[in-house]
Design a protein around this ligand. Sequence first.
Ligand code: G3H
Ligand code: 13P
Ligand code: ZN
Length: 308
Amino acid sequence: MFANRNLVSSDGILRDATREKVAIGAFNFTNMEVIQAIVAGANELHTPVILQASSSAIKYMGFEHIRAMVSAATEESDVPLVLHLDHGKDFDICKQAIDNGFSSVMIDASVLDFEENIAITKEVVDYANKYGVSVEAELGTLSGVEDEVSVAEGKAFYTDPNQAREFIERTGISSLAVAIGTSHGVNKGKTGNPKLSIETLKKIKEKVGDFPLVLHGASSVYADAVQRCNAYGADIQNAYGITDSDIREAIQNGIAKVNVDTDIRIAFLGAIREQLTNNKSNIDMRKYLGAGRDAAKEMVKRRLKTFL
Ligand code: G3H
Ligand code: 13P
Ligand code: ZN
């Protein structure tokens, strides 16, 4: 649906990333400024990048605006871009995304049992294959709140390495999201940065070989970025993310796509709060949204540097 050569499925870039032991950044967006920040950051670091929208983000922007904004972004971009549906919870939303020009979708039926997860994932793969669209699925459960999928903390299940290979073979997916101890949002640990189960990841990799694995809930939630928000009136407490060294180790052990939303939210918010606080007479939204965009771009670059 996009004629532009720069919009690609994620298949090839994730396979290459796995082989090269690097990862592709997948950043969530909800407006024009964040799209521009992601694309500018990726262009400066000469790396393909995945622009992803959750179903609630799609509700907020609408397919028409997403299509138009991402189409414009592909024209300005020197690097390949992927437009990806994040956490599609059923066949219908995946179909809608594909019909609206998304080049990649995630079907997240991880709350269902193994056989049901396989059945719905396979249905999405069969439809996506007709359009050359790549499909990510999830096995195991992250704690925290995913888009329209709530999982109580303490009920998080790591991906079972023994199921991973069978799941991939029976569904025909092109990447698999694994649960190895991350969660979505700003509070990933109660008293400090949570440790990833690299041991589980290694066991999965032993079973699936060079198959691209995906890490959700991978924001680093840098203390300086949180402090900037709080210094200008926010109240964000117990904010802990995944350390850069854990992310690097995960990439060395098969993670090829790293999902980041929270870090951009924090960067954007801190810059806007600072701008508004220091310019009380300003009414021009370009001043504060522009500051948010610049900060989001710097955050994208900061994260990408740990992935490459
Ligand atoms: O995985 C969850 C993402 O952070 C999307 O969150 O539903 O608020 O857009 P959202
Ligand atoms: P964070 O909340 O850690 O940024 O994770 C985002 C994510 O996994 C989107 O799918
Ligand atoms: Zn996620």
